[in-house]
Design a protein around this ligand. Structure first.
Ligand SMILES: [Zn+2]
Ligand SMILES: [Zn+2]
Length: 591
């Protein structure tokens, strides 16, 4: 390769020196990462230029030179244009683009990664990535997530640690499978960098560990399309990327509320809420608690004469009787808010009887909720809260900003639900208390192995706390049986029921139930509050916003204590031998 200075001498004179340039933000394909570096194809010493400029090819096949603003008129720009002409690369009309230093350095890093990982240009363009090591690693992670019904993949790339922190959220519990415990920081960093190139609507052309980034990613995993929301958070040690699995193949929602696992009185609440006019049905619960399934079933089974519109992010179920609108409202940007407000205005003019809002998670969606309720519309949504009652203070919190006065109007809050899904024991192979004490792997609720004596003491304690006779207890069979075993993925290292290395965190992940062995299906534990049936509910809401005297608090405490809790439903499952008492303790704390 000739030195950069030589190529400059040979051809500088016959090149047009007038540079037509634009800024980084003028080219959307740059910001969405749709370009490849062509530096390795050019006859220039790229190491001399890398800290100032680089040449890339856009999807249109046209090339541009990215340069720091202060080097816009540098001779290097000319040298690059000459070198690109020599290898037949076509320059865009505005051939030079000024970029910030952070972007340029990230692009240079991305270029190195592509070369190392062997990402060829054609692959990047056509999307064929079969056999690509970094993408197949990503797909391994996503495959595990799909098989174990995980809601999120968490990838921490932290300085000073040899291995990346790879974890999955499975039914609200963090799980760290051993097969992903030894991935190096470098590999995961490269995987994230390569994956970010496929992110749509992301902020930033390249994966930037020092900035919070959001975007969307679609992957085909095991033949089905998985839609991911990418969100990174920058800690003092480095970035942690969370990939939320938004949806699989969209399925038609069930109309059968009675098949969802609610108790008979709870079903009656849902039927009443479905028939009454005006007011909100609000569901809370962790990710994977079946909230959206319930809302979809509720919507799906509405009488046909009602006009139904949904605002979802994203659309999760096909609802044949509803007009479904997908919204993408990342962050709290001005344009996001504006988009949401426009949708909301259109919604209010549409004379819908019933409106589903995917989640009340910011002031925009909270305002939508309030406006629709004032208009007398039936609203269905989810709220992030730890119990049915906590939905109210959550709505009134500064983050959401709903007025307590509005919520205190009788009829505005129709039904408040908190729910969680628990692992149902396989009744074919579960162990009774004496089998559990005498054989198998005895573990405590956190998955630590415990001695026979400890187990016996724990059994005694839990029997007293739950007020359930030990003869009613059933425990998960660690290896499962033929009825529950085939669900376990072959590649899962936990198949034998024990792990090759005795890492505590691996054992914790086993007890938390990511293995399908010993379980069949799930159990719904829910708590319902129908405000109209509670005399003091409205005065309680009003009391939330002011200091109240002890007597008033005590009066509210008494009816609050009377409400059935999700944990009580779970306790019934334990007494029926359907729920492992250890999972009860893990989910609901001590009895
Ligand atoms: Zn079984
Ligand atoms: Zn395991």
């Amino acid at each position: 390769m000739r030195a950069f200075s030589q190529s400059r001498h040979t051809a500088l004179s016959d090149v047009d020196r007038t540079v037509r340039w634009c800024e980084y933000r003028d080219l959307p394909e740059l910001q969405s990462g749709q370009f490849v570096s062509v530096m390795h194809r050019l006859d220039v010493d790229s190491s001399q230029l890398a800290d100032r400029m680089c040449a890339v090819q856009l999807p249109s096949q046209e090339c541009v030179i990215l340069v720091l603003p202060e080097y816009l008129h540098d001779d290097g720009v000319l040298a690059l244009r000459i070198a690109m002409g020599q290898v037949g690369l076509r320059l865009a009309a505005r051939s030079v683009v000024t970029v910030p230093a952070s972007v340029l350095s990230a692009i240079a890093r991305k270029g190195r990664i592509e070369q190392r990982a062997g990402v060829s240009q054609s692959r990047l363009k056509t999307g064929s990535t079969s056999g690509h090591v970094l993408f197949s690693l990503l797909d391994d992670l996503l495959g595990w997530a799909v098989r174990h019904d995980a809601s999120d993949v968490h990838i921490g790339v932290f300085r000073g640690q040899a291995h990346a922190d790879v974890a999955f959220s499975v039914r609200g519990v963090l799980v760290r499978p051993v097969q992903f415990a030894k991935l190096s920081i470098e590999i995961m960093h490269e995987m994230l960098s390569v994956a970010w190139m496929r992110v749509q609507g992301g902020n930033g052309a390249v994966f930037e560990p020092q900035y919070e980034q959001q975007g969307r990613l679609e992957r085909l995993v095991g033949g089905s399309r998985v839609s991911l929301r990418w969100a990174s958070i920058v800690s003092h040690k480095g970035p942690s990327v969370t990939l939320r699995l938004l949806q699989r193949e969209r399925s038609v929602a069930t109309t059968d509320l009675s098949g969802l696992g609610y108790s008979e009185p709870q079903l009656q609440c849902l039927y009443r809420a479905r028939l009454s006019t005006g007011g909100a049905v609000l569901l809370a619960g962790s990710v994977g608690s079946g909230k959206s399934t319930t809302l979809a079933a509720l919507i799906r089974s509405l009488p046909p004469e009602r006009k139904v519109i949904t605002l979802e992010d994203p659309v999760e179920f096909d609802l044949p009787n509803a007009i479904q609108c997908g919204i993408t409202a990342f962050g709290d940007g001005e344009s996001d808010r504006a988009r949401f407000d426009i949708k909301l205005q259109a919604l209010k003019r549409s004379a819908a009887n019933d409106v589903l809002i995917g989640e009340i998670r910011d002031q925009g969606s909270a305002r939508a909720l309030a406006d629709l309720l004032l208009a007398g519309t039936n609203v269905y949504s989810t709220v992030h809260a730890g119990s049915a009652l906590q939905i109210v203070p959550r709505l009134c919190s500064p983050t959401l900003g709903v007025s307590p006065d509005l919520l205190a109007v009788p009829g505005v809050l129709k039904l408040l639900v908190y729910q969680t899904l628990l692992n149902a024991l396989c009744v074919e192979c579960c162990l009774d208390h004496s089998q559990w004490l005498s054989e198998g792997e005895r573990t405590c609720p956190l998955g630590m192995p415990i001695t026979h004596d400890h187990a016996a003491a724990w059994l005694e304690m839990i029997e007293g706390c739950l007020q359930i006779d030990r003869s009613q207890f059933r425990f998960r069979h660690p290896q499962g049986c033929s009825r529950c075993q085939p669900l376990l993925a072959v590649s899962d290292s936990g198949m034998s029921g024990r792990h090759p290395d005795g890492e505590v965190r691996a054992q914790v992940s086993c007890a938390s139930g990511h293995h399908s062995t010993g379980y069949r299906g799930s159990l719904m534990a829910a708590e319902f509050i129908e405000p109209a049936r509670i005399v003091h509910f409205w005065s309680w809401i009003q009391s939330l916003s002011r200091m109240t005297d002890v007597r008033e608090q005590a009066r509210h405490q008494s009816w609050i204590d009377e409400q059935q809790k999700a944990s009580e439903m779970a306790k019934i499952y334990v007494s029926q031998g359907l729920l492992d008492p250890r999972e009860y303790v893990l989910r609901f704390g001590s009895a």
